[in-house]
Design a protein around this ligand. Structure first.
Ligand SMILES: Nc1ncnc2c1ncn2[C@@H]1O[C@H](COP(=O)(O)OP(=O)(O)O)[C@@H](O)[C@H]1O
Ligand SMILES: [Mg+2]
Length: 382
């Protein structure tokens, strides 16, 4: 495998102030800045219609940007037609030719190249080996499962040895179980070939599991860029907090301008992480359910507030416990169900502990976008 891997290599991508306004004035992509490193598995995550596909199509060259710049390996590709770009795309619909066998379908990927006949065979064989489809080479697409068909589509894209592979919801058409196993196969493949992957999905679990980094998009804007852990644990906006996993959001009064400092939740004062440069006043704090701890007894202090269990949803290994707080809001706590522990039931009085390292004041309220400072500066300069 290793000798094959050497001919592949990851391209780097740099996007500046990229904008796409469709005829009729609809703005699908509203001036985004993005840097993707060579060999990264990078995801664009966001709800349907937020501009993911449009961004990918501009990278591929199928769509002309209204303004802005796309550099691949330091080269501005504005004037480069799609088939001359070092990128290839895998779509949700595999679009294999039904009358061709697997081998021919993959060879078809070389149609735009001037690869002599004799040099095609080793390339096709290598691509099929990469996706572990060698033994299916003689089959027709209708003799394959959905997952196998998608692997053929991958091989057809890989046979061109692109330095960037664009994947638009490639697992979207598969059933849940297959999707799970293909996630692992895709990430393993990406590590092996070292090609930069730009992976589009609306599925937060998929993005968290597979990506080195991801960008969360909404309405043509990038809301946040970071590693899965950073984005899940430190969402900067309500939109991102809500889009990834379950978020307990609370109105708080912030009286510090950064660092760990006191915030007021109703009559109670808690310590929370406050973004640097924060303007003290009313704000929104977020905490994930697994960080909300329920305790018996009357202990106060140390980021505890009294609560009343309102509802318990039993999920087997865990339970979701909904607790009403004195100031009126309800927080969800995710409790692990140990055999020898008395379960919580509605009506129970409890103490709710929200550790200061897990309680964050959001940087922006509403869905204002956050611009990567460096990227924004660079685009102004350029
Ligand atoms: N050719 C087009 N003409 C007009 N509007 C378009 C066109 N293509 C996409 N759009 C609109 O742009 C928005 C973003 O689309 P898209 O990038 O496909 O979103 P996503 O892939 O995130 O679901 C959508 O509201 C879509 O309807
Ligand atoms: Mg799309």
């Amino acid at each position: 495998m290793t000798d094959k891997a050497t001919k592949y290599g990851g391209g780097s991508i740099s996007i500046r102030a990229l904008r796409k306004e469709f005829e009729g004035g609809f703005i699908a992509v509203d001036g985004i800045n993005l840097d993707i490193a060579s060999g990264e598995f990078f995801s664009l995550l966001g709800p349907s219609g937020c501009g993911k596909t449009t961004t990918l199509r501009m990278l591929a060259g199928f769509e002309q940007p209204t303004s802005g710049q796309i550099m691949i390996d330091g080269v501005d590709v504005a004037q480069t037609p799609p088939h001359k770009r070092p990128v290839n795309t895998v779509f949700q619909s595999y679009a294999l030719f039904p009358h061709m066998d697997v081998w021919k379908n993959v060879e078809y990927g070389l149609r735009w190249t001037d690869t002599p006949k004799g040099e095609r065979k080793p390339k096709v064989d290598a691509a099929l080996e990469l996706v572990e489809m060698t033994e299916y080479a003689k089959r027709r697409p209708n003799q394959l499962s959905g997952g196998q068909q998608q692997r053929v589509a991958l091989a057809r894209a890989l046979v061109l040895e692109p330095s960037v592979l664009l994947l638009d919801e490639p697992l979207g058409a598969l059933d849940a179980k297959l999707r799970h196993s293909l996630r692992a196969q895709l990430t393993a493949l990406q590590r092996r070939v070292g090609i930069t992957f730009v992976f589009v999905t609306h599925d937060q679990e998929e993005a968290l599991e597979m990506s080195d980094r991801l960008a969360v998009m909404s309405k043509g804007l990038i809301m946040q860029i970071g590693s899965p852990r950073e984005i899940y644990q430190f969402p900067r906006s309500e939109f991102v907090a809500d889009f990834l996993g379950v978020a307990n959001l609370m109105d708080v009064k912030v009286s510090t301008s950064g660092g760990v400092g006191p915030v007021k939740l109703g009559d109670f004062t808690l310590d929370a992480q406050v973004p640097q440069g924060y303007t003290p006043g009313m704000g929104r704090a977020v905490i994930r359910p697994e960080s909300v701890h329920l305790e018996e007894g009357d202990l106060t202090g140390d980021n505890r507030v009294p609560g009343m269990v309102e509802r318990v949803v039993y999920l087997g290994s865990t339970s979701q416990v909904y607790v009403r707080l004195p100031q009126g809001s309800v927080v969800q706590s995710l409790v692990t169900n140990a055999v020898n522990e008395e379960p919580w039931s509605s009506g129970d009085a409890c103490r709710v502990r929200m550790p200061s390292d897990s309680l964050h004041v959001l940087e922006t309220s509403g869905d204002a976008a956050w611009a990567d400072d460096e990227a924004a500066t660079a685009s102004k300069a350029g």
